[in-house]
Design a protein around this ligand. Structure first.
Ligand SMILES: Cc1cc2nc3c(=O)[nH]c(=O)nc-3n(C[C@H](O)[C@H](O)[C@H](O)COP(=O)(O)OP(=O)(O)OC[C@H]3O[C@@H](n4cnc5c(N)ncnc54)[C@H](O)[C@@H]3O)c2cc1C
Length: 466
């Protein structure tokens, strides 16, 4: 069925109902555009997956938001969600890193960094040399591992940055381009010549600390839920986009599969917000994005498993007095890290119970992420027993498998970004955003949604005037 007779100027189709697509669609609708959002899954929210299970609140995708971008605050205020915000508890300031088989608190102030015993005297001396290390040329192409080892030394790389990168990107520091994965660190070096000097003198670089980390009383799902409600019948779920065809002078036709039914939608502009693996098979004028861009090789996104594990408080020896524990690769364990979920935010577990969220796989051990649930549970139970003293079976367990959602930006990511730009130039009315381009955090995705809507608004207005 072709529902795409001649398109009206200003009709926009958004593909993907994760946080990026929902934000873009909502902004455009607010601006008075006729918007249709197509989501392949039966539900919106993408990887944001909050579930209530036996009195526990579980996050099987992202757990925390941080106000690193002003669009996040703007979105929350516009949706009227400010009153439901919950800040991370003060104990979340403590972060544990596994070292020599034991969870040890990571120093969080410069004072404790130099006087505490987490890092060796040699590593601390090496840190003092950081302000005297020359900055790299502005166009240098360095991985996160190369940058950190050059500026801060091997031990900081192995015991602070390696576990942090596993916890945020499910990656190894050598997998990621510094400029694309951590642009702020690149700017700090370029503008101040030193990370320590930038930390002392560059106020805008200072992290906001745990007070800046938050969620909502009912979990992160409240954002996609509120956006879904606002968008109402503009959303079509169970609608998988298979192809896009441009009609010079007459906009776009979007091919959609709903179950075993196929149809076509007309649009003046099309916004793509799907992650790399979902972008690969989509055809653009008869040629798939994989054929055009070789995304499989150039934008790896290894699998990740999340195991939500809840039990009685008296089953756990560790006090769980912190944000969680990250595991450096050198420790040779089978998990990437554990969030102490019921310590991180209040109200996440019934009285006398606790909850933990365990991450497995990533580029370190992709095969472990693919284990069937029963085997994965055994791996997780053994690790939790040995590392945190968790005894006995869980009272509740939930498992989520994310086959390929967090892209690892490689050193030549600029080349791919240039190719995305070229595709947009060659196909007026097509906009590509979300994690395939730059930034995987929720804040980055919300920012991408705002930017996509602004660009579309400009484009549709200009087209209408011609
Ligand atoms: C386990 C995990 C933990 C994370 N933790 C954090 C965290 O604590 N804090 C943080 O800031 N970030 C975190 N992130 C990152 C962040 O959650 C994601 O990068 C972000 O949510 C991605 O949103 P998105 O809308 O771009 O993509 P997605 O959420 O992947 O949404 C894309 C949507 O497109 C749909 N789709 C795919 N193909 C098609 C098609 N052909 N047609 C129609 N629809 C299609 C999909 O079904 C999906 O709903 C985490 C990610 C994961 C996986």
């Amino acid at each position: 069925m072709d529902t795409g007779t001649k398109s009206s100027k200003g009709k926009v189709v958004v593909i993907g109902g994760g946080i990026t697509g929902l934000t873009a669609a909502w902004r455009l609708r607010e601006a008075g555009r006729e918007v249709t959002l197509l989501e392949a899954d039966a539900r919106t929210g993408g990887v944001i997956r909050t579930e209530e299970i036996d009195g526990f609140l579980a996050e099987l995708g992202p757990n925390t938001l941080q106000e690193t971008r002003e669009e996040t605050a703007q979105l929350i205020e516009a949706l009227g969600l400010g009153g439901q915000r919950v800040a991370a508890t003060t104990s979340a300031r403590n972060r544990f890193i596994l070292r020599d088989g034991r969870p040890r608190p990571l120093p969080f102030s410069p004072f404790s960094l130099f006087l505490g015993g987490f890092f060796s005297p040699r590593a601390r001396l090496r840190l003092l040399a950081e302000p005297f290390i020359r900055r790299a040329p502005p166009d240098s192409r360095e991985t996160v591992a190369e940058f950190v080892e050059r500026r801060l030394g091997r031990e900081i790389l192995d015991y602070a940055v390696n576990p942090f990168v596993a916890g945020t990107f499910a990656a190894r520091p050598g997998d990621l381009s510094l400029r694309h994965a951590f642009p702020r660190l690149h700017r700090m070096e370029q503008e101040h010549g030193s990370l320590i000097r930038a930390g002392v003198f560059g106020r805008r670089y200072r992290p906001k600390g745990p007070r800046g980390i938050f969620s909502f009383a009912d979990g992160l799902r409240v954002i996609p839920d509120a956006l879904t409600q606002r968008l109402g019948d503009a959303i079509r779920t169970g609608a998988q986009v298979t192809g896009l065809d441009s009609r010079p002078g007459d906009g776009w036709r979007v091919r959609v599969k709903t179950g075993n039914r196929s149809d076509t939608l007309a649009a003046d502009a099309v916004i793509l917000t799907v992650p790399p693996r979902a972008l690969q098979p989509i055809e653009l004028d008869g040629k798939s994005f994989e054929t055009r861009l070789s995304l499989e090789k150039r934008l790896p996104a290894p699998p990740l498993a999340v195991v939500f594990f809840a039990c009685r408080r008296d089953q756990v020896r560790h006090p769980l007095n912190g944000f969680g524990m990250l595991v450096p690769e050198r420790e040779k364990r089978k998990i990437l890290g554990v969030l102490f979920s019921s310590s991180l935010f209040p109200g996440r577990a019934p009285k006398h119970h606790v909850s933990l969220t365990v991450f497995v796989g990533g580029s370190r051990q992709p095969d472990l992420a693919r284990l069937p649930e029963v085997e994965l549970e055994n791996v997780v139970r053994k690790e939790l027993f040995e590392l945190l003293g968790v005894e006995g079976p869980p009272c509740t367990l939930r498992h989520a498998f994310w086959p390929s959602v967090i892209p690892h930006y490689p050193l030549d990511h600029d080349t791919l970004l240039g190719e995305f730009d070229q595709i947009e130039t060659d196909h007026p009315g097509l906009l590509i955003g979300g994690t395939v381009r730059q930034g995987v955090s929720l804040g980055d995705c919300i920012g991408s949604g705002f930017a996509l809507a602004n660009r579309t608004e400009k484009l549709v207005t200009e087209t209408a005037q011609t």
